[in-house]
Design a binder for this molecule. Structure first.
Ligand SMILES: NC(=O)C1=CN([C@@H]2O[C@H](COP(=O)(O)OP(=O)(O)OC[C@H]3O[C@@H](n4cnc5c(N)ncnc54)[C@H](OP(=O)(O)O)[C@@H]3O)[C@@H](O)[C@H]2O)C=CC1
Ligand SMILES: O=C(O)CCC(=O)C(=O)O
Length: 444
């Protein structure tokens, strides 16, 4: 395989999907050497079959807003690869959603899910509908309309969606209710469900907690304690909130969080009480992070990202490509020791190179944020067993999965000078399992 040639070929076939090409290019560049040790892979044209999704489902979603206007949005599900288990991955509702973004997310999900060691294939879906500024009733009608098409393409052993940006417990519950109504069946076809109807304890916390567990593993390789460290977090949604919670619990000081309008900087650190306020503001009142700055009289920077503040650790937890070259240079110049991705692909390729050249600890989302989908996998197991496990049991399993992913990154990513290239480690470990399963199952 010649990675550059394969990427060039995909670019020609899919010219309007830059995020998808970015994600593929990143993976192929790091697995090329390992891939070429297996001539049987090339003979089976494994790489093209692995990069191009099994199936893309695209549909119109029509719904009625509170004023009686009929609105239309696009709906998508990208079923990327189900070689190791049913398709699995979140749904994103955000105005920026397009096919290229969902294809990058589904591609990444395939490797991430493989890393968890649980039997889950990769998928992603969503819509260019944004819940922001919509009433509860509008969100419900949209979710019902979305599911009235999606339901025929999913199933507990077929494809199990979950949340992502703009899709939290409220949206999952509305979609679940509609699926049940349409099919006359209670089935674990979504994860991230409410605890009263088959959801797993710790699923809301899992992505953020998992990222901090992974970070602690990285810090341990250099004998560094998280306690007392200053942390920059971006985002203020699901992943950011539980990242902050775990950081506080472990004695770190989180000084920033953000939303798409700007970021707050709190030099005293976000305390438990202030985090409760953020949770109320974001999950119930659905307000803006600017209100935190007004309430606690701290700095708010409109239209900017937090990466130019000084800190020891950065945990991007908002969206893709939120750390560019300039931001990476500032982080390194300010002495950052670790960057661990709660979001999917938040760091541009140029910025990754800066982190790796500076030999700082840097882990890609497919390893560091795999805790969310891992606990989704555990929710599927509990649904199949018709049982629910305790908080302690699920948290212990999450912890052990994150430790295991870290070990695999070290195994496949340690370079001759001892530097752990977590990007390479995660990509090779995730790839090998999927590739071997694809080879075993023939050309299908
Ligand atoms: N939820 C999960 O379990 C998992 C999520 N992830 C990834 O983590 C990231 C965050 O997801 P999650 O917390 O669930 O989503 P939420 O919708 O709960 O929160 C997203 C946060 O990011 C901000 N944000 C979204 N888009 C942008 C943008 N274009 N520019 C700046 N800020 C933005 C939002 O601000 P605003 O409110 O203004 O839109 C919000 O604060 C995503 O990359 C997602 O793919 C990864 C693994 C699992
Ligand atoms: O829990 C899931 O199935 C999906 C989580 C997710 O979307 C992700 O890992 O990016």
């Amino acid at each position: 395989m010649n990675a550059v040639q394969v990427v060039e070929n995909l670019k020609q076939r899919f010219p309007n999907e830059p995020e998808y090409i970015q994600a593929v290019s990143q993976v192929l560049g790091t697995i090329e050497e390992e891939y070429n040790k297996h001539p049987e892979f090339d003979k089976a044209n494994l790489i093209e079959r692995l990069c191009i999704p099994d199936r893309v489902i695209e549909f119109r979603v029509s719904w009625v807003d509170d004023k009686g206007n009929v609105r239309t949005n696009m709906g998508y599900r990208v079923q990327h690869n189900n070689v190791i288990g049913p398709y699995k991955g979140g749904l994103r509702f955000h105005q920026s959603v397009n096919l290229g973004i969902l294809k990058f997310l589904a591609f990444e999900q395939t490797f991430k899910n493989s890393l968890t060691t649980l039997p889950m294939g990769g998928a992603k879906g969503g819509s260019d509908f944004s819940p922001r500024g919509k009433s509860d009733a509008e969100v419900m009608r949209f979710c019902q309309a979305f599911m009235s098409e999606l339901y025929r393409h999913i199933g507990a052993d077929v494809d199990v969606p979950a949340g992502d940006i703009g899709v939290g417990g409220r949206e999952v519950a509305y979609m679940f209710g509609m699926y049940k109504k349409l099919t006359h069946e209670w089935s674990g076809i979504l994860t991230g469900k409410g605890i009263q109807f088959g959801g797993s304890l710790i699923r809301p916390e899992a992505t953020g907690y998992g990222n901090v567990y992974f970070l602690v593993n990285m810090l341990n390789t250099r004998g560094i304690d998280i306690k007392g460290k200053t942390v920059l977090v971006s985002g203020s949604g699901n992943v950011a909130q539980y990242t902050i919670e775990k950081c506080i619990e472990l004695g770190a000081k989180v000084v920033t969080c953000s939303d798409s309008d700007g970021y707050i900087y709190d030099p005293d650190g976000i305390t438990r009480e202030k985090l409760d306020y953020i949770m109320e503001l974001k999950n119930i009142e659905r307000g803006r992070i600017r209100e935190y700055a007004e309430k606690y009289n701290v700095k708010y920077v409109e239209g900017a990202k937090p990466w130019f503040e000084k800190a020891d650790i950065a945990l991007p937890s908002a969206t893709q490509n939120e750390i560019n070259e300039e931001a990476a240079k500032a982080l390194v110049a300010n002495g950052v020791i670790a960057v661990s991705e709660g979001a999917n692909m938040p760091t541009t390729p140029e910025a990754i190179k800066i982190f790796q050249d500076a030999k700082i600890l840097y882990s890609p989302g497919k390893a560091a944020n795999a805790g969310g989908v891992a606990v989704s996998g555990l929710e599927m197991s509990q649904n199949s067993e018709r049982l629910s496990w305790s908080r302690e049991e699920v948290d212990a399993k999450l912890h052990s999965i994150m430790n295991n992913i870290h070990e695999n990154c070290v195994k496949y990513g340690t370079e001759p000078d001892g530097y752990i290239n977590y990007v390479k480690g995660a990509n090779i470990a995730g790839f090998l399992k999927v590739a071997k399963a694809m080879m075993a199952q023939g050309i299908v």
